[in-house]
Design a protein around this ligand. Sequence first.
Ligand code: NAD
Ligand code: MG
Length: 385
Amino acid sequence: MVKAPKNIAVIGATGSIGTQTLDIINNHPELYHASVIAAGSRVDDLIRLALIHRPALAVIADQSKYTTLHEALSPLGIATACGDQALCEAVCRPDVDMVVTATVGYSGLAPTIAAIKADKDIALANKETLVVAGQYITDLLSHSKSKVYPVDSEHSAIYQCLQGENHSDVSRLIITASGGPFRTWSAEQIAKATASDALRHPNWSMGAKITIDSASMMNKAFEIIEAKWLFGFDADKIVAVVHPQSIVHSMVEFNDGAIKAQLGLPDMKLPIAYALGEGQRLAGAEKQLSIADFATLTFERPDPSRFPCLSLAHEALTSGGNSACIINAANEIAVASFLNGRIGFGDIYRVIERTLSTIDHIAAPDYEDYVSTNREARKFASSIC
Ligand code: NAD
Ligand code: MG
């Protein structure tokens, strides 16, 4: 670890990952200080968090909320800013040692790029960054001093299993999936699922977007793509297996037949703390897994006929270029439209598939190509929703 307390910028501070990160920071003032906190539009929550954590700077992406933020925090000597550009500048401040990217969707891309260009270490929760622009981010990282520590529980598990191992000995990464609320539902039932059905995740409490992605298994497709870019293995070495108890967070299989796994309760605090600690463990877990209480751990093959979004991972990685960026943009629009009641659950996959076959493929996109692909794909997906 560089120094203590380490200054952390929490981008997406008001969300599920953001608030859990701030809880860990608050419980360990000897190790961490939240020097920057940022959110999308929930200004009251951001102000409340600023009063507790006393950051040097609070940023709100939604410019219409700026006056409220400024009037509440400037008497306390907390600097304030607004807008997407301010978010990118905030992560580059000289006093920031590590950036936690906990915003949702495409909004994570620009601040992550800014952080990498400024050589900042990153605790990466925003998986969409690597889904949208995995090759571009990987190239940027190869020219930067910044290191990426996964926050996603599956990727944290794989990261832990790979410690002390040679990558050439790995035969497969096995990513576990809970199967979501529709694991045992028929295709007909799934097609007619309501938003409240889809928001009822059996094991994890998370933001709305990732909860819907878990129900469609788009989240698992994204995690396969995320694993490819984080760990540098070919797509055919990365598989998903359904594990309804969410105790085994993922596994690595080696070419001598050994399989290593990381187990724990479904609680994001562990992977968040492991990322903040750059792979050093933080003692004092609130709850320990009592393995005898989980005498039955089961595993099943996923069913792509009921969860077609899962197949999009290997499709995107095979075609490469801007394919995953198109899928991500169409999915964001489809999920928002589903939550607004404009399309059915079964339509989410159809919107993604139609958008993917409509938007031009770009084999080697640069940053501007990702921006325009995201814009065009969202426009088309919105038009058919
Ligand atoms: P959430 O919806 O609970 O929170 C999202 C946060 O991002 C909020 O603070 C919101 O204000 C902020 N935000 C939204 N749009 C923004 C914008 N345009 N600019 C700046 N900030 C913006 O989401 P979450 O569940 O915490 O998920 C965050 C990320 O972490 C996602 O990429 C998700 O896939 C990933 N993740 C979450 C979990 C989990 O348990 N929640 C687990 C693994 C990975
Ligand atoms: Mg995950």
